[in-house]
Ligand binder design. Structure first.
Ligand SMILES: NC(=O)c1ccc[n+]([C@@H]2O[C@H](COP(=O)([O-])OP(=O)(O)OC[C@H]3O[C@@H](n4cnc5c(N)ncnc54)[C@H](OP(=O)(O)O)[C@@H]3O)[C@@H](O)[C@H]2O)c1
Length: 223
């Protein structure tokens, strides 16, 4: 395991995207705490994920407790729940890196780019949480269809945006641990594009009858 942290909280980790990431990080040797609006649901889903992933290092609790316990906090909730969830964890994430996976979508048009009032979901998170939290955008373009089988190799890159280099390195470390290549995609201001790629990919999935369209960056040296 690389990086100088070992406990990762996944807020909304009971859902499709967060549960797949949680299983992969647990298999890579991290302690994972999944957060839910209900501590009971968090604990129940954690037990299921341990079984599916063949590990015993995933725990589940309520969102605030998970955020308190995690050294790094990952947010995987629907955009409609973004602000409310951030409010639940605001005090607990001060001084930490928050990796925001949220994609702003405006159902039912989920194949059309939607730019929220604050510029991007990640920018809204940074503005709401304040300078004490280093917010990074990552994993928006990785389909949960790829993540749910922890043995499945994912042929996609993870674009990482943020204003703090060390915080971006945390997300790159997590991408690598989950079996993908993390790529520094520039400042937080670029998150609008990374978030916007997801409705583009959802549309490609629909038109080409695929489940896990993704992106790869070509033309750079392999690290
Ligand atoms: N699914 C994908 O393929 C995919 C790919 C890339 C990015 N994303 C993004 O990742 C985020 C999570 O996606 P997901 O597919 O994992 O979502 P999801 O399964 O629908 O929801 C994730 C979790 O969010 C929590 N939640 C909190 N408030 C909620 C509310 N008002 N309504 C519904 N759920 C609420 C729920 O946990 P509790 O009930 O336990 O609180 C739920 O299990 C989204 O922003 C999505 O755009 C998803």
């Amino acid at each position: 395991m690389s990086g100088d942290f070992k406990r990762v909280a996944v807020i909304g980790g009971t859902g499709k995207e967060g549960s797949g990431l949680a299983m992969r990080w647990a298999r890579a040797g991290y302690e994972v705490i999944i957060g839910s609006r209900s501590a009971e649901k968090g604990a129940r889903v954690a037990a299921e994920l341990n079984e599916r992933a063949g590990v015993s290092t995933i725990r589940g609790t309520d969102n605030a407790s998970a955020a308190r316990e995690g050294e790094v906090v990952v947010l995987t909730v629907p955009y409609s729940a973004h602000k409310a969830t951030l409010a639940q964890i605001k005090d607990e994430v001060q001084g930490k890196v928050l990796v925001d996976v949220t994609v702003p979508l405006k159902p039912p048009n989920v194949t059309v780019v939607y730019i929220p009032e604050g510029g991007s979901a990640t920018q809204e998170a940074q503005d709401f949480l304040g300078d004490g939290v280093k917010v990074v955008a990552a994993f928006q373009n990785i389909s949960a269809a790829h993540l749910k089988d922890p043995e499945h190799a994912i042929d996609c890159d993870v674009l990482v945006c943020g204003d703090d280099k060390a915080a971006k390195q945390v997300a790159i470390t997590l991408a690598n641990a989950a079996g993908m290549r993390g790529i520094d995609a520039g400042p937080l201001a670029n998150a609008v594009v990374v978030e916007g790629l997801t409705p583009v990919l959802i549309g490609i999935n629909k038109r080409y009858k695929a489940r896990g369209a993704g992106i790869r960056i070509t033309g750079i040296e392999e690290e």
